[in-house]
Ligand binder design. Structure first.
Ligand SMILES: Nc1nc2[nH]c(SCCc3ccc(S(N)(=O)=O)cc3)nc2c(=O)[nH]1
Length: 278
């Protein structure tokens, strides 16, 4: 397990590999859950492969938060995630991130080795701020408008860039007030979480202004439906689009890129880093 100091060394963009342990995840659901049994060994092999391919963070999510996703009980989420986090923490040289909004799972996951809390609800659930402060690990605060079941119905903003930026800064202040260290905070505009394609494009173009907040920015665009609509591609055919958006996000200042296709993204970001240094 990598030390959490990875936040201090964000000179080049870091890759967060997606490990979905949910039966209905939008692009690779069900690969590790069959007939309810968690194929733990397969999940571990996948995580090791992603680290070997260049991921420095593995994001383990037990609640599918794609649009229209079914709700999952806290018990089910914990049963899916904790065994994987515990097994990974002792086996791989990467930061284990837990993608959850559930305070009890945040605490339990950190206790068994999680080194990053990735909350798509920006620690808004009761008790989440206190758990994050006590955990003393990096935390990603993401913007979502509404909830997964309704967020893509009719997303509306007067000024999406200003409103998302203001929300993230307000959540960062709330986290700091609760005791989260400023240097442990990562911000994320939440591509696809209550945004039209126009909103997503504006947020991608304006990433440099989000980076001026001084917080590192995480971008998750991989295989998302804006790629599907703009290119007319099904989820399994969105590699080129995902790589293009990863490159744009990194060029616009994103320091952590959340992706399904680690090896390919690593090549893209390695070239970017090399060329930017020349
Ligand atoms: N920090 C952070 N964590 C994340 N966890 C996820 S799971 C993806 C859920 C999803 C799937 C598909 C669409 S859509 N309608 O754009 O195709 C939206 C949301 N994503 C992110 C992200 O970005 N950041």
């Amino acid at each position: 397990m990598r030390s959490p100091s990875f936040l201090s060394d964000l000179t080049s963009p870091q890759i967060m590999g997606v490990l979905n342990v949910t039966p209905d995840s939008f692009s690779d659901g069900g690969r590790f859950v069959s007939s309810g049994k968690l194929l733990l060994d397969d999940a571990l092999k996948e995580a090791e492969a992603m680290v070997a391919a260049g991921a420095s963070i593995i994001d383990v999510g037990g609640e599918s938060t794609r649009p229209g996703a079914a709700k999952v009980t806290q018990e089910e989420e914990m049963a899916r995630v904790l065994p994987v986090v515990e097994a990974l923490a002792s086996r791989i040289d990467a930061v284990i991130s837990v993608d959850t909004s559930t305070p009890a799972l945040m605490r339990a996951a950190v206790d068994v080795g999680a080194g990053l809390l990735n909350d798509v609800r920006a620690l808004s659930k009761p008790g989440a701020l206190e758990v994050a402060a006590a955990a003393s690990v990096p935390v990603c605060l993401m913007h979502m408008q509404g909830q997964p079941s309704t967020m893509q119905a009719q997303p509306h903003y007067d000024d999406v860039v200003a409103e998302v930026r203001a929300y993230l800064l307000e959540r960062a202040q709330a986290a700091i007030a609760a005791g989260v260290k400023k240097e442990n905070i990562i911000l994320d505009p939440g591509f696809g979480f209550g945004k039209t394609d126009e909103h997503n494009v504006k947020l991608l173009q304006s990433l440099p202004s989000l980076c001026t907040t001084g917080y590192p920015v995480l971008a998750g665009l991989s295989r998302k439906s804006m790629i599907g609509r703009l290119l007319g591609r099904e989820p399994q055919d969105r590699l080129a689009g995902s790589l293009a958006l990863a490159l744009i996000a990194a060029q616009n200042g994103a320091k952590i890129i959340r992706v399904h296709d680690v090896a390919e993204t690593h090549d893209v970001l390695s070239l970017l880093t090399t060329i930017q240094k020349l």
